[in-house]
Design a protein around this ligand. Structure first.
Ligand SMILES: [Zn+2]
Length: 138
């Protein structure tokens, strides 16, 4: 897989196969006024198959959302046809307004103005819990 199609932008690589569309939706890549290419089930030495997303513009990427969906992603930053940086993701300690609490008795289901906040409580299992009711994020 080469990256010549992008002059400036990102190649989001090593996405677990099947996660590309989740990323596309959560990062609202469909609203961008630039080229976005999604490659699913690309061959990978490391992972057998993987998904790749190419974004043809150096937009502000929400690393927390990316890490939440798939912490094993690599982000290649492309400038003037060259990869100038490779970023690995780290799971954020806190997710703010990335996902909603599913507990119907949680205060956030009635107090709509509250931020949805989840705290990383267990790094070995990537477990997040709601800050208000401690419900586990699935
Ligand atoms: Zn909650």
């Amino acid at each position: 897989m080469n990256i010549d199609t992008i002059k400036n932008g990102y190649v989001i690589d090593h996405i677990t196969s099947g996660n590309a569309m989740k990323i596309y939706d959560l990062l609202e890549l469909g609203t961008l006024n630039c080229q976005v290419a999604i490659i699913t089930n690309a061959k990978s030495k490391k992972m057998k198959v993987k998904d790749i997303i190419k974004v043809g513009k150096l937009i502000e990427l929400d690393m927390d959302k990316l890490a939440y969906i798939d912490p094993n992603i690599t982000i290649n930053v492309v400038k003037n046809d060259k990869i100038i940086d490779k970023k690995n993701l780290i799971l954020p300690e806190k997710l703010v307004n990335v996902c909603k609490c599913n507990n119907p008795r949680c205060i956030t289901s009635t107090e709509k103005e509250l931020d949805q906040i989840f705290i990383l409580t267990d790094k070995s299992t990537n477990t997040y819990r709601c800050m208000y009711c401690e419900s586990k994020l699935k």
